[in-house]
Design a protein. Structure first.
Length: 164
């Protein structure tokens, strides 16, 4: 049974596709292809059908990540097929939990940086780099990479638990 993760930010062109690309790479490196799937979406539909922000693509490419992406809006009906919904900031967390059809679905929503043991627990948001310069995208990638290690460990535990 495939374990499914969806990363969610606002417009699905910067943070969430970046997290998706990094997590895909972590999953592949861990030999979990076919056991874990990841995708991404936005809380809003402003960029539906568009590709990722060129600055997102540039920072990913510079750091050895691949991304084939088309923005889309998160739908509440997806909760039934997802095991984990990863919010990139507290606003997304609140919105996703509000959209959840049940308490069980709301419990699937977590903040990405909660998986980074070095993250400041008072501020687990991945800042939106959209209105800034390239350095914001680099900072975003650093935060995503740091949290992805812990996220992969948590997902691996769940996947191995299913196989047992």
């Amino acid at each position: 049974m495939t374990y499914r993760v969806c990363f969610v930010c606002t417009g699905n062109i910067c943070r969430s596709p970046m997290a998706e690309a990094v997590f895909h790479a972590r999953v592949a490196d861990a030999g979990l292809d076919g056991l874990v799937e990841a995708d991404s979406a936005g809380t809003g539909g402003w960029h539906e059908g568009e590709g990722a922000d060129p600055r997102t693509l540039a920072v990913l490419e510079e750091n050895g990540y691949d991304l084939d992406h088309t923005a889309r809006r998160f739908r509440p009906s997806w909760f039934s097929r997802l095991d984990l919904v990863i919010a990139l900031d507290a606003e997304h967390l609140r919105e996703l939990r509000r959209l959840a059809p049940s308490e069980q679905d709301a419990a699937k929503v977590r903040l990405l940086r909660s998986y980074d043991p070095a993250a400041d627990r008072a501020d687990l948001d991945v800042p939106d780099p959209y209105y800034g310069g390239a350095d914001g995208f680099d900072e975003c990638l650093e935060m995503v990479e740091a949290a992805s290690t812990g996220l992969l460990a948590a997902v691996r535990e769940q996947v191995e638990g299913r196989a047992a």
